[in-house]
Design a protein around this ligand. Structure first.
Ligand code: ATP
Ligand code: MG
Length: 312
């Protein structure tokens, strides 16, 4: 069990390429702990035990002139306690036959060491064979987490940008007659999507006005329909279409203040007769086609690079 806990559950062979790239790019020196607590070969086992307790660690490298001579870990302390040799010098008890890592090795080495050998910590040396750090599975896991997090954030950003690669994003909502509870949902989703694509706030505001007015008209005046929004690199198109009852005089409907809104609709604060006029005002292209008995289609296009300021 303890052994498994020291493993790093990542395959250095068949992990996803993003992970493989990371573990080959990162060097041991990027991951290791450089604040190493060391002891001298003449220090007693008792002294080393005290150092371990003081620093909450379970292994101490023994060095001389920065050169690694050996390592005393908790097992050697336990043995020394057992046979009453706590006054013995470290040099007589330390493990000399060590598996070490070299600082410029890729992290993949450390991962396979941790999975292959039973040791929980590996001294790290440089080209001059000086001790420069120590590496544990904890260092590996926390570095990998940080790096993977960074990588995921980078990929997410890329993905967001690629979402409309010269193509477009299309969203469609069904709108039901007199369903004031859901009214505004479509326009909220359109706003969210545009924000995600870092659209200019002025453009978002205009799309929000057009789509909200058209959505409310579907709820308040139509028998039900749908509203769609397609986001293209150069423009946003909102189309509201319904199945009836249609508008007898479209020009009249476009006039500010003209409304056939019912008492119920007015009681909810709508019916000023401003919706279509406002939609037209914020649009770069605006068309409305309607026939009594056949339904209404309103199309509002807002150009992304347009300098038109909506004036409401
Ligand atoms: N989809 C539709 N189907 C049928 N009639 C519609 C539709 N949209 C608008 N109309 C008609 O056009 C009129 C004007 O619409 P407009 O959106 O400008 O104002 P309103 O909805 O009455 O009030 P406001 O939008 O200010 O709350 C409506 O009162 C209604 O008679
Ligand atoms: Mg309206």
């Amino acid at each position: 069990m303890a052994e498994n806990m020291e493993n790093v559950p990542i395959s250095t062979v068949d992990s996803p390429s993003v992970v493989l790239e990371l573990i080959y790019q990162l060097k041991i020196k990027d991951v290791m702990n450089t604040a190493v607590i060391t002891a001298k070969k003449t220090d007693t086992m008792r002294h080393i035990k005290a150092m371990m307790q003081e620093n909450y660690i379970t292994g101490i490298p023994i060095t001389e002139d920065n050169k690694l001579l050996g390592l005393v870990s908790i097992e050697e302390i336990v043995t020394a306690l057992d046979d009453g040799s706590m006054e013995t010098k470290a040099e007589d008890r330390m493990v000399k036959d060590l598996i070490v890592l070299e600082e410029s090795m890729p992290l993949s080495f450390a991962i396979s060491y941790l999975n292959k050998y039973r040791y929980t910590r590996y001294p790290v040396i440089n080209k001059q064979h000086e001790l420069v750090g120590i590496l544990t599975s904890k260092n590996v896991i926390s570095t990998l987490l940080v790096e993977m997090n960074r990588e995921v954030l980078r990929l997410e950003k890329l993905h967001q940008k690629d979402d409309i690669p010269g193509g477009f994003l299309e969203m469609d909502f069904i709108v039901s007659k007199m369903d004031f509870e859901q009214a505004g949902r479509a326009s909220t989703e359109f706003k969210k999507a545009l924000k995600k694509h870092n659209t200019d706030p002025g453009i978002i505001r205009r799309v929000a006005i057009a789509s909200y007015e058209l959505e409310i008209n579907l709820v308040a005046h139509s028998d039900g329909g749908s509203i769609s929004c397609s986001i293209q690199p150069d423009k946003v198109t909102v189309i509201a279409a319904d199945t009836g009852p249609g508008i007898a005089d479209v020009n009249q409907a476009l006039q500010e203040g003209w409304s056939t809104a019912s008492e119920m609709v007015r009681s909810l604060g709508f019916g000023a007769g401003m919706g279509l006029a406002n939609t037209k005002r914020v649009s770069d292209e605006f068309t409305i086609t309607s026939k009594p008995g056949e339904g209404t289609v309103v199309r509002s296009v807002i150009h992304i690079n347009s300098t038109k300021e909506e004036s409401l």
